[in-house]
Each structure stands twice: as C-alpha cells, then as structure tokens.
Design a protein around this ligand. Sequence first.
Ligand SMILES: CC(C)(COP(=O)(O)OP(=O)(O)OC[C@H]1O[C@@H](n2cnc3c(N)ncnc32)[C@H](O)[C@@H]1OP(=O)(O)O)[C@@H](O)C(=O)NCCC(=O)NCCS
Length: 139
Amino acid sequence: MVENTRDKIPLLPTVAVGIDVVETARVFKLFEKWGDRFLNRFLTPLEQRQCRARPERMAVLIAAKEATSKALGTGLRGVGWKEMEIVHAASGKPSLKLHGHAAVIAERLGWSSTTVSLSHDAGVSIAVVVALGLSKESA
Ligand SMILES: CC(C)(COP(=O)(O)OP(=O)(O)OC[C@H]1O[C@@H](n2cnc3c(N)ncnc32)[C@H](O)[C@@H]1OP(=O)(O)O)[C@@H](O)C(=O)NCCC(=O)NCCS
C-alpha cells in the first residue's frame, strides 16, 4: 500500500478491464456507405492513416475504443470516440493514448499504465484493454 502523504489517504492498487467484439463486415459497410464522414467521426487523423495502410484495422479500432470506454466505466455516452486513440508501433504492438475528457477520467481513476490487445479473424474484431494504477478508492 502506498500512502498519499498530503491527505494521508492510502492509495490502493487498482486494475480496470474492458472488452468488446465487433462484426468486421458491419464496420466495412458503414465505411462503404459514409466514406470519410465515417472515418472523421470515429477515428483520429493518426488512426485514419493507419487504416489506409491496413483497412482491416478499422473494425478493431472501433472495438478498442468501446473496450476503453468500458474500462473507464463510462461507456460511450461518457467519452468521445476520438478521445481514445490507438497507436500502432512499427512492431505492430498497439497502445492507447487518451485525450480530453477521457484523459481526465483516467487520471481521476488513478490510471498509470494501459495495455491493449487486439485480434481479428473469422469475421469478428476483438479488443481487450487493461489499466493499472493507484486509487484512493478500491475498484
Ligand atoms: C458500453 C457500450 C460501449 C456497450 O457496447 P455494446 O457494443 O452496445 O454492447 P456490448 O455487448 O459490447 O457490451 C454490453 C455490456 O457492457 C457492459 N457495460 C455497460 N455499460 C458499461 C459501463 N458504463 N462501463 C463498463 N461496462 C459497461 C455491460 O456488462 C453490458 O452488458 P449488459 O448489456 O448485459 O448489461 C455502450 O456505451 C455503447 O454506447 N454502445 C454503442 C456502440 C456503438 O454505437 N457502436 C457503433 C460503432 S460503428
């Protein structure tokens, strides 16, 4: 246990998890119908660039954002799609960057690190998000 020395409230380790599954073809159909309007609504410019190189990533990025909103405990009513950004390293490993209100909530929850795992096969795209941190309240 780590103590918050200012107000003497003990900080407890916390873990938050979010999971989501999306039908890959459903997202492609939305993209076919709405094109850039769809991309601009759901994906950041960086994510859009990653999808141009790998269009199959589109659905899994949507799943990752939904999984993140669950880990934050808000669902998608509480945070914006583009406040949750998935960035792929050159190795292919994805990571999560939070912006705006989503970052404020994560800070309030005491998140210090997040891990993202993505998979797409057999028509479905799946994402799991795990956040670790220290919080004044137990999970
Ligand atoms: C939470 C949210 C992300 C649910 O996602 P969903 O895809 O509709 O439904 P899922 O089956 O994946 O998840 C539902 C489960 O999430 C969990 N959940 C609901 N609200 C939650 C919250 N605030 N925090 C964490 N988990 C939550 C519940 O366990 C729920 O199961 P239940 O319906 O049996 O109670 C919802 O905020 C939402 O807005 N969904 C709409 C998604 C959308 O518009 N997609 C379009 C993409 S193109």
